[in-house]
Design a protein around this ligand. Structure first.
Ligand code: GN1
Ligand code: MG
Length: 356
């Protein structure tokens, strides 16, 4: 085991000596490690990416406040992500030029990259929908904005255009088709943000990163158990959460599939998620329900723009495993948007049927 990590771990109140610590999971931003102690207990150690999250103290204050709040409502202790304090009683540690935190590993759970059955996906909708519903009376003004303008799509366009203008890696020439695709949809992609700005859509406390792999399912019952990755919990729109879950979980291929002919929106999964989300979060307004399809399209497009921007910028934000990885990711998102456009009438119909 890496001695450095061992030194970091010694600063946390683990139940026993750590005996192993291995890289874990597939997040793009933070580094995660699975830790086992001498007693056999497991933990997750994370290095918080402080280039992405510039205010780590604020971020950890958010997580502490949210998990404390959820704890009061929780029936099952495994259902709330639990931070392990440092020996000094803090929620994180700064050492070796990095920020670190430790969370309890939730035993007996599964974390999926793709739904294995439609019930899995339904359960993720219940998980994220209930999360939203449980936080409906959380005092949003207490939260720090951990990444300002995180799902502000017009602002993502602005950054994209700035990066395109600079074209630091001279890659724009290779992605003319993708650039045109993005620009052609600029106006429509600001509709949600405008609706939020004028109060047509309510500002809520949202998760903002509702990929299927951010909800743990109970391995035995296969029911939604615990929502994780709370770094981006901030004031936002329920449509961000709905949209991000659809773009990731209702696609027929992984986010970085190279063969984009395999990428489509699975309308049945779209229906299944809509059903679960609306059921678990009954306080959605009529406007929010009406905009569900646009939420899916906007967040998919936005994610594609973020991947393409990072590709143009030289892959500084999302971690990559191969050359062109971010471009492959951008392409799957644009293909998914194009497929949603083809299936637009059906998406509208499904939402009407599932929300009436
Ligand atoms: C990042 O690190 P991870 O995989 O949980 C990103 C999300 C993107 C996602 C794309 C803070 O999440 O917004 O949708 O990658 N998180 C941040 O897979 O930017
Ligand atoms: Mg994650």
């Amino acid at each position: 085991m890496d001695e450095k990590l061992f030194t970091v771990l010694r600063n946390f109140r683990l139940d026993a000596e750590p005996v192993s610590c291995e890289a874990y999971g597939c997040g793009h931003i933070n580094g995660s490690f699975l830790v086992v102690t001498a007693s056999g207990r497991r933990y997750i150690l994370q290095r918080i990416n402080h280039h992405t999250f510039k205010n780590v103290e604020g971020l950890m204050e958010n997580i502490t406040a949210i998990t404390d709040f959820l704890w009061k409502k929780a029936e099952d202790p495994r259902s709330v992500m639990t931070l392990v304090k440092t020996r000094g009683g803090e929620s994180y540690l700064y050492t070796q030029a990095s920020y670190w935190r430790v969370i309890n590993f939730v035993e007996g759970t599964i974390c999926l990259q793709m739904p294995e059955t439609e019930e899995d996906f339904y359960q993720s909708a219940i998980g994220f929908g209930s999360f939203q519903q449980m936080l409906a009376d959380f005092p949003a003004e207490k939260l720090h904005e951990t990444i300002p303008n995180f799902h502000n799509t017009p602002d993502r366009y602005r950054i994209f255009l700035e990066t395109l203008e600079k074209d630091p890696m001279h890659r724009a020439i290779k992605v003319q088709k993708e650039i045109t695709f993005v620009l052609e949809r600029q106006e429509e992609m600001s509709v949600l943000q405008n609706a939020l700005d004028i109060g047509e859509l309510p500002l809520r406390v949202t998760h903002n990163d509702t990929k299927l792999n951010n909800v743990l399912l109970d391995a035995e019952t296969r029911k939604a158990l615990c929502v994780i990755d709370l770094d981006t919990v901030m004031p936002g729109s329920s449509l961000y959460d709905f949209g991000d879950a659809i773009r990731f979980g209702a696609a027929t291929a992984p986010e970085d599939e190279k063969d984009i002919s395999k990428v489509e929106l699975d309308l049945h999964l779209f229906r299944v998620f809509t059903r679960g989300y609306v059921k678990a979060c009954p306080n959605l307004t009529e406007k929010e329900k009406e905009y569900l399809p646009l939420g899916a399209k906007t967040i998919t497009m936005e994610c594609g723009i973020r991947f393409l921007t990072d590709y143009l910028d030289g892959d500084n934000y999302f971690s990559i495993d191969r050359e062109g990885h971010n471009l492959d990711r951008a392409r799957t998102q644009f293909k998914l948007v194009a497929d949603m456009e083809k299936k637009w009438d059906e998406m509208q119909r499904i939402v009407k049927e599932e929300t009436r």
